[in-house]
Ligand binder design. Structure first.
Ligand code: ARG
Ligand code: ZN
Length: 465
């Protein structure tokens, strides 16, 4: 009996491999096209992990053309006969895997690569993709555009959440896959290219200047940037010696200056609230891109489509803990990013002469039952087309205010800090956050069950505030 059951179980993967049509490499199969996210099923590839991206790019603002090579150092998480990368609108001329030319095709937003030999599970492999084209943003299910967004003057606003990384480099694009990055961008003299992390070198080569940037902490592809502009650059340090690199479009400089002057203080204040700052650099990219309509928490150096106000600066900086260091496991958990960053704004305002967090909660609660924030649970805001809707942001912040009211300040801030520490440079999901809250407030189990059922998982306007 036992033997037969074991045999039956062992047959399952073999059958799956046969059905998938994998004949090569003794059972190696293609990586699943898509990491399996319910909101963005096509995003990423389930069969390998990218440890490091080395991007060498050249960008010409006058023509809007980008050309480059991407060198991906990856680890196979299964025996891999083929794999895919997300890439939209750019043309690939060559793919080399471990020194041998690989077969490749481009179909929709997928680059499908079949290496000359199958890759064993657990082994490291290097993929070099040579590509070029005129990058254009993708339109998301919510109608917004993200990715490489060329501005009328040729500058680039580059913000890839949720799926725009693929508009400028081949990526395993789901936030489940986080990687280190080295990015070198050649631009004509007079232009500046700004990416994440630290500026490793800046050198002139012929008529170009090459900016080389390094972010060694794990970064989701969506949060990588290579923004090019005629920026005013300023460098500064926080009280604890963290380097701050700001790049500001001259048209926004006057409006941005007083807010950016507060960035070191915001980082210091948030480090007190949330625990140590997770990265080795900070800063801001401020563009003049009013048609974009959003800012993004690009890792270590958020990007703003205009001079930010203090709330937006506090919000994107808070994402460095919640969203960048602790990343989403699934897009439907977006409240773990947006609810937390919104709550950071409430906290900052309350401690800097504004309304209390209780008053912010009351103002949100006063919204009519027909208001958008009651339309979906914070824990699942209604699909990809509603990813950045108010349930994740406002209702998400309300969940945290209720939690604070229920467990008290010491436990509440301990939950936030423990969350940031336990999942630092990794991932978290809603169930894990609920479990942590329960663990740190064992005396409030009943109250927490009710709170999460109503405010986090519940739909509609709760009867009581
Ligand atoms: N996460 C960004 C924020 O802090 C919003 C990104 C919006 N992206 C988009 N494609 N609409 O709030
Ligand atoms: Zn946000």
């Amino acid at each position: 009996m036992i033997t037969r059951r074991l045999l039956a179980l062992a047959a399952v993967p073999v059958l799956v491999a046969l059905l998938a049509g994998a004949s090569q490499g003794g059972g190696a199969t293609p990586g699943a096209a898509g990491a399996g996210d319910p909101y963005f099923p096509q995003s990423g590839d389930g069969g390998y992990h990218v440890v490091h991206y080395g991007l060498s790019l050249g960008y010409t603002p006058a023509t809007g053309k980008l050309a480059g090579t991407a060198v991906l150092t990856s680890t196979a998480t299964q025996d891999l006969s083929a794999f895919d990368l997300d890439l939209s609108g750019l043309t690939v001329s060559a793919v080399v895997v471990d020194g041998s030319a690989a077969h490749f095709t481009q179909s929709g937003v997928k680059l499908l690569v079949t290496p000359a030999a199958a890759i064993d599970s657990g082994s490291s492999f290097r993929t070099t993709v040579t590509y070029a084209g005129k990058p254009a943003p993708v339109t998301d299910p919510d109608g917004s555009a993200d990715g490489w967004i060329t501005q009328p003057d040729g500058s680039s606003f580059v913000a890839g959440e949720p799926q725009g990384a693929m508009t400028w480099f081949p990526a395993n694009g789901h936030p489940l896959d986080k990687s280190a990055y080295d990015i070198a961008v050649a631009v004509p003299h007079g232009w500046t290219a700004v990416c994440n992390g630290r500026l490793v070198s800046q050198r002139d080569e012929g008529s170009s200047t090459v900016f080389a940037w390094r972010e060694s902490r794990p970064t989701a592809a969506a949060l990588v940037t290579a923004s090019v502009g005629k920026f005013q650059v300023s460098q500064d340090w926080t009280a604890s010696g963290l380097p701050v690199y700001n790049a500001v479009d001259p048209r926004e400089a006057a409006a941005a200056a007083p807010v950016l002057a507060q960035l070191p203080e915001v980082v210091t204040w948030e480090s007190r609230m949330f625990g140590r700052y997770p990265f080795d650099s900070a800063g801001a990219i401020v563009e003049h891109a009013p048609s974009v309509g959003f800012a993004l928490e690009t890792e270590s150096r958020p990007i703003y489509d205009r001079a930010p106000d203090i709330d937006t600066l506090v919000h994107e900086t808070a994402h460095q803990w919640f969203g960048d260091s602790v990343s989403l496991t699934s897009w439907k958990d977006i409240w773990l990013n947006e609810g937390f960053a919104t709550y950071a704004e409430w906290l900052w305002d309350a401690q800097h002469g504004g309304p209390t967090t209780a008053a912010r909660f009351a103002a949100a609660y006063a919204l009519p039952a027909s208001a958008d924030l009651w339309s979906h649970p914070a824990a699942d805001p209604g699909g990809a087309a509603r990813l950045f809707g108010t349930p994740g942001y406002e209702r998400g912040a309300m969940v945290l205010e209720k939690l604070r009211e229920t467990v008290g300040d010491p436990v509440f801030f301990s939950v936030l800090r423990t969350w940031a520490t336990d999942h630092r440079y990794g991932h978290g999901d809603t169930a894990q956050f609920v479990a942590l809250s329960r663990k740190l407030a064992p005396g409030s189990a009943k109250a927490l069950d009710a709170l999460f059922a109503t405010w986090l998982y519940g739909q509609g306007k709760p009867a009581q505030p």
